[in-house]
Design a protein around this ligand. Structure first.
Ligand SMILES: NC(=O)c1ccc[n+]([C@@H]2O[C@H](COP(=O)([O-])OP(=O)(O)OC[C@H]3O[C@@H](n4cnc5c(N)ncnc54)[C@H](OP(=O)(O)O)[C@@H]3O)[C@@H](O)[C@H]2O)c1
Length: 257
């Protein structure tokens, strides 16, 4: 399978690095030259990667075409290309619905959307896909786990929760700042928290039969510190703040349909 990427930014780099690690059977991986610092770096990793000066070359040759430019550039980039109906298009572009991508590409184009996360580079990404597309799912399964959403509403909900990556690191930073203030080094605080959260994530992955609520209770001594912190967080509206934040992102996504 010849793969092509329009836009060689953060997420294309993560996918290509993952594909090369996974030994996914790509006959060639074509990437936009822009930006050169990333595309040239990818080409150095493997002879399978070819940097293309023209996006049209990628469109003409790739059997599976990934759209990985920012939403605000998508219309200009796509309408400047001639794209036939005979290839699988995988749009990674957040918030832009499939009917808009179809308008900008080809009325009969086979299009699915996907939300890869940067950890695809380490073969540990969960990637939501809609609508189901077996070859695309096979590719993202090689980079971690592909999750095919059955309805657009479900895909949009995955998109909302994928926006929690920034929140996760923001909360981690807030905790690290708190921890490093009384005399622990900031590097020590970071290492402690990263190790703790990694352990918790590993436990949740292994204990797949247990809900997060069951895991919370298993990690909580009645009357203990975990119980106090969680109760205080809820009393201070932490849970409601999270729900309201998700609702606000969901509203923005629904507004694009
Ligand atoms: N990052 C993530 O975790 C993630 C996850 C899932 C989906 N996405 C989606 O994937 C898309 C890309 O995100 P990103 O984080 O990778 O953004 P990014 O790092 O900004 O990459 C986009 C790249 O597209 C390039 N570009 C702009 N115009 C171009 C053109 N005419 N031809 C070729 N390349 C062009 C930009 O080059 P210049 O730098 O030269 O402008 C930029 O490097 C977005 O729509 C985003 O919503 C991102």
């Amino acid at each position: 399978m010849k793969l092509g990427f329009i836009g060689t930014g953060v997420i294309t780099e993560a996918i290509v690095r993952g594909l090369l690690r996974a030994n996914y059977l790509a006959s060639e991986i074509l990437v936009s030259s822009r930006p050169l610092e990333i595309s040239a770096g990818l080409a150095q990793l493997s002879p399978l990667v070819r940097v293309c000066e023209e996006n049209q070359t990628i469109v003409d040759e790739a059997e599976m075409l990934f759209l990985a430019v920012r939403p605000q550039h998508a219309e200009d980039v796509l309408t400047s290309l001639t794209i036939g109906p005979d290839r699988q298009i995988v749009s990674l572009i957040a918030t832009i619905p499939i009917n808009r991508i179809r308008e900008w590409t080809h009325p009969d184009a086979q299009i699915c959307r996907a939300i890869p996360l940067p950890s695809v580079a380490d073969l540990a990404g969960v990637t939501a896909i809609f609508p189901s597309a077996p070859k695309v799912e096979e590719l993202f399964d090689a980079l971690g786990t592909a999750v095919a959403a059955r309805k657009i509403e479900a895909f949009d909900a995955y998109a909302v929760t994928s926006a929690m990556m920034g929140l996760y690191y923001g909360l981690s930073e807030a905790a690290a700042q708190w921890l490093c203030s009384p005399g622990t080094s900031c590097e020590g605080a970071r290492a402690y928290l990263a190790g703790m959260f990694q352990g918790l994530a590993d436990t949740a992955t292994q204990a797949s039969g247990e809900s997060f609520e069951e895991l919370r209770l298993r990690h909580t001594t009645p009357g203990g510190l975990n119980e106090q912190l969680f109760r205080t967080f809820l009393e201070q509206e932490g849970g409601n703040a999270l729900n309201r934040s998700c609702d606000s992102v969901a509203k923005r996504i629904r507004g694009m349909h």
